[in-house]
Design a protein around this ligand. Structure first.
Ligand code: ATP
Length: 450
């Protein structure tokens, strides 16, 4: 679907995000900082909802999975042991003419010989000759303390996973863990990407939601299949359209240095099918290497079999921002309302919606209606994230809430003053029902839980 209308969709999403307070360009008043983005009042709610739903599904609903929040800065030996210092690089080429830099593997290959990297076409911007490939390490380096000496060098973590591996023994002991054991973490990571872009799809600072699931090596394949199914089911539960998702297994050339197998869950973004989440079998690479480099034994003693071994690790890992983008793209719709007017509606799953309920007094100049509306707002605001809006016609107020995906709008009108009922209008069907105010919390709770 990489046609004009899908690129158009991306432009519409970017514009909606800025206009309605989901995402702003980073450092905007100083002319910006390329490919950095700030999440505004609605963006932070949507992001938090994604993280909460992931945590609930991965940690709260499973007995054998626990959480962790490890440091971003770690001893540099972590990155030596994990192989990131030697292997976490992208192949960089530069155009000899215009000096733009590209990731070699993102350039189109010669159709005559697609396997050979050397046959990548010339510079996609000016047609100039490209330099030969250089290794470009993606980790951001900084220094601890006041002197920039190499002994004080540390790296901003490029994945949350290593914080989990180095705490494996601590958690196993503290939680009296047995395999299978999962450790989950959500946190910021940093990668000095050569070609960031496509809005929030590829940035240099982003959040990951990662699970490291430690298993008996003999059971690794079946757990891999299990997590593939579980993760697709999670996207279903968020309402992502199944035909916008597909799975793609990495070939040997693509596999990360630590991986035995990797399957990407790809989403059909406007710029083409691209990775949304990666599921990897990391084998025993990390625990073995950390044991060797740290001198600490990170193997596991299996009481059932009497064996000692390094567990294998199955890792589903997804970027919060990529999930955010896929969710917005999937939810965006343009429709005609009952009067034939075009309405933009974000058909977000109600669990994801940044605002759950909006409260409107029908008119702003009737004291009793305004007072009643405030009472309703105060009644529900501790149960649901709410918005209170008095500006413009009811129709306009509906449009504003549709555009940010608010599932329900409550209008307090003249009839409310007589029988204590109000109108609830549902976002997608635009159907309206009247409900008595004392029943409102129960009614909404039932709708949100159904
Ligand atoms: P890609 O091939 O797109 O560079 P990757 O295979 O390097 O991604 P992983 O290391 O598997 O990505 O990271 C797990 C997840 O983190 C990805 O599936 C993606 O959702 C997210 N992610 C990775 N890099 C970025 C980035 N630069 N910006 C935003 N999210 C990212």
């Amino acid at each position: 679907m990489t046609n004009d209308s899908s690129f158009n969709l991306m432009d519409k999403i970017i514009s909606l995000c800025k206009r309605r307070g989901f995402i702003f360009p980073g450092s905007e008043i100083y002319g910006g900082l390329a490919n950095s983005w700030d999440f505004g009042p609605l963006g932070v709610e949507l992001k938090n909802n994604i993280k909460k739903l992931w945590w609930k599904n991965i940690v709260f609903q499973r007995e054998e999975i626990v959480g962790l929040d490890s440091s971003i800065l770690m001893n540099s030996k972590v990155w030596e042991a994990s192989g990131h210092l030697q292997n976490f690089y992208d192949p960089l080429v530069e155009c000899k003419q215009c000096h733009n830099r590209f990731r070699l593997d993102s350039l189109p290959v010669s159709p005559a010989d697609p396997e050979k990297k050397q046959d990548r076409l010339s510079c996609p911007l000016c047609g100039g000759e490209l330099t030969s490939e250089k290794k470009f390490n993606l980790m951001f380096k900084t220094f601890l303390g006041a002197t920039e000496e190499s002994a004080n060098a540390v790296f901003l973590r490029p994945e949350t996973a290593q914080g989990i591996f180095i705490n494996f023994k601590n958690i196993l002991t503290a939680m009296r863990g047995k395999l299978p054991l999962g450790i989950a973490q959500i946190g910021k990571v940093f990668r000095n990407e050569i070609t960031p872009g496509n809005f929030i799809f590829r940035t240099r600072e982003f959040e990951q939601m990662e699970l490291e699931y430690f298993v008996n090596p003999q059971e690794a394949d079946s757990w891999f299949n299990y997590w593939q199914t579980e993760r697709l089911t999670w996207y279903d539960s968020l309402g992502l359209k199944r035909d916008h998702l597909r799975e793609r297994e990495h070939n040997l050339e693509e596999l990360a240095h630590y991986a035995k197998k990797c399957v990407d869950i790809e989403y059909q973004f406007p710029f083409g099918w691209s990775e949304l989440e990666g599921i990897a079998n990391r084998g025993d690479f990390d625990l073995k290497n950390h044991s060797q480099f740290s001198g600490q034994d990170l193997s596991y003693f299996d009481e059932k079999s009497g064996e000692k071994y390094f567990p294998y690790v199955i890792e589903p890992s997804v970027g919060v921002e990529r999930a955010f983008l896929a969710i917005l793209l999937d939810a965006y719709a343009e429709e005609h309302d009952e009067n034939g007017d075009l309405r933009v509606v974000l058909k977000l799953n109600s669990k994801l919606a940044p605002i759950k309920v909006a409260v409107f007094p029908l008119v702003r100049n009737n004291e009793k209606i305004v007072k009643k509306s405030r009472e309703v707002f105060n009644l529900i605001k501790s149960s649901f994230t709410c918005d209170y809006d008095v500006t413009g016609s009811i129709g306009r107020r509906y449009r504003r809430q549709d555009e940010i995906g608010t599932p329900f709008c409550l209008t307090i009108d003249y009839q409310t003053l007589e029988d204590d009922s109000l109108t609830i209008r549902e976002r997608d069907s635009m159907n309206q029902v009247r409900v008595k105010i004392p029943e409102i919390i129960g009614w909404l709770s039932q709708m949100f839980n159904s």
